[in-house]
Ligand binder design. Structure first.
Ligand SMILES: Nc1nc2c(ncn2[C@@H]2O[C@H](COP(=O)(O)OP(=O)(O)O)[C@@H](O)[C@H]2O)c(=O)[nH]1
Ligand SMILES: [Mg+2]
Length: 439
């Protein structure tokens, strides 16, 4: 029997209402001893909560009762909506402990939901993402995943792979009995189709991961190009020091932005130049590193100075770039070769800043926007699915039928690691249901 656990489910700090959640086999008896008889399932009911020892009234609370298995965790569960004062919460929590409950570990309610088959691992992860979501696009992605979009996709693959493995096992049986068969070929064809789908899913440009983790943007350019002014204009505050002295910015200065619902961190960096100042050298090293790791690099140069070779060279390696001619109030920006897209801005007049913001939003949507298909959201999923695709490829060209079966099984386990559902029983069921041939 699992313990009955409880946790304060509403945010930290003082609020009008604090929600205590309970889950576990003893929930019904605990609620009865605290609040009298059980209310109707899933209906809010106003109750006096009493100390089980001396009968003192601890609070007037709304009580909700969720009998298992149709609850979040799959177990008998309840919610107590208390007044938010810390003394109230402490008193009720102490009473719960005296009634044999224990405080829950982080994530324990969701862990129990997973263990009771209420959700797969991708959905459990999505609950964590939903709680951490800071932007609308993150919320939508997490909600879609919590709703089972990835669980259904990967669950469908698991089912197909189970059938492929069953066919392969049957082919081995047939071969031993010297029966002519093409089931191994059918398995191979199905595996090829599945491998192609997994590969296409992996080639999503990491959109889901970018949206979950945030987009990284770096501003680079020569000293005095107006990089720090650009950062401040985009962030809407004086985050970085602006001065006419070259070499003012030495460290990486970061600001958080939300671009079309996609969270981003934009970094202002030290101006690129050869210098004998050891601290500035380190700043330049960090600037280059930032540019190399960024999803999007803004190359800034002063309109009256023109772009410098060092900045242009760094832009060449970036996945996506925007060239910005700053200080266009001082002079017309130069005409560049046709391939480069350039936005002319002025931190003084504000010219070009809306266009720059629009370009950043378009890039953010391109790199991390929601599409029709669900995107994978974690490196953990990526690693396991890459392994599954690789195992499928190997299995298809395996020299022995037993080795092919081994590869299909390994691919099945790899996908099972993503969803947390590796069901050997189901594999066996599928084998014996479809292919039992009188033996
Ligand atoms: N006229 C004009 N001056 C600017 C503009 N942006 C920056 N500056 C000036 O250029 C100098 C360097 O700016 P800063 O943002 O510190 O450049 P950074 O070294 O690239 O970070 C400062 O004196 C700024 O006031 C602009 O759009 N127009
Ligand atoms: Mg600067």
């Amino acid at each position: 029997m699992t313990d009955t656990i409880f946790a304060k489910a509403s945010g930290a700090g003082q609020a009008a209402v604090a929600v205590l959640r309970l889950s576990g086999a003893a929930t019904a008896s605990v609620v009865r001893r605290l609040a009298g008889r059980l209310p109707e399932p899933r209906r809010a009911s106003l109750r006096r909560l009493r100390d089980p020892g001396d009968g003192e009234v601890l609070d007037q609370a709304l009580l909700l009762w969720f009998p298992g298995p149709a609850s979040y965790t799959g177990e008998d569960s309840a919610e107590l909506h208390l007044h938010g004062g810390s003394a109230v919460v402490v008193a009720v929590a102490e009473a719960l402990v005296r009634l044999g409950c224990r405080p829950a570990e982080p994530g324990e309610f969701t862990r129990r939901a997973f263990l009771h088959g209420r959700m797969d691992l991708t959905q459990a992860e999505a609950i964590a993402d939903l709680i951490a979501a800071e932007t609308a696009a993150q919320r939508r992605q997490a909600l879609r995943q919590a709703d089972g979009a990835l669980a259904r996709l990967y669950g469908g693959w698991t089912e197909r792979l189970t059938r492929i493995l069953a066919q392969q096992e049957a082919a081995i049986e047939f071969e031993m009995d010297d029966l002519p068969t093409d089931v191994a070929d059918r398995a191979r064809e199905a595996a090829a189709a599945l491998a192609a789908e997994i590969t296409a899913h992996l080639a999503d440009g990491r959109r889901g991961e970018r949206l979950r983790d945030g987009l990284s943007i770096a501003i680079i350019g020569a000293p005095n190009a107006g990089k720090s002014s650009l950062l401040n204009a985009l962030a809407g505050r004086e985050a970085a020091i602006v001065s006419p002295i070259a070499g003012t910015t030495r460290d990486v200065v970061e600001c958080r932005l939300v671009l079309a619902g996609v969270p981003a961190v934009i970094a202002d960096t030290a101006g690129l130049r050869a210098t004998i100042d050891a601290i500035e050298q380190e700043g330049v090293r960090r600037a280059i590193k930032r540019a190399e790791e960024a999803d999007l690099v803004i190359g800034a140069f002063a309109a009256d100075a023109g772009p410098d070779a060092e900045t242009l060279a760094l832009l060449r390696g970036a996945p996506e770039t925007i060239l910005v001619a700053t200080k266009c109030d001082l002079g017309a920006p130069p005409v560049l070769e046709r391939s480069a897209t350039m936005i002319a801005t002025s931190a003084i007049t504000g010219e070009g800043l809306p266009a720059l913001r629009a370009a950043l939003e378009a890039a953010a949507l391109r790199q991390a926007g929601l599409g029709d298909a669900p995107f994978l959201t974690r490196a953990r999923h990526r690693a396991a699915l890459e392994e599954a695709a690789q195992q499928l490829d190997q299995a298809r060209s395996a020299p022995l039928p037993e080795l092919a079966a081994e590869g299909y099984r390994a691919a099945l386990l790899a996908i099972g690691r993503v969803t947390g559902r590796v069901d050997v029983e189901r594999i066996l069921d599928s084998i014996f249901r479809d292919f039992c041939i009188g033996k």
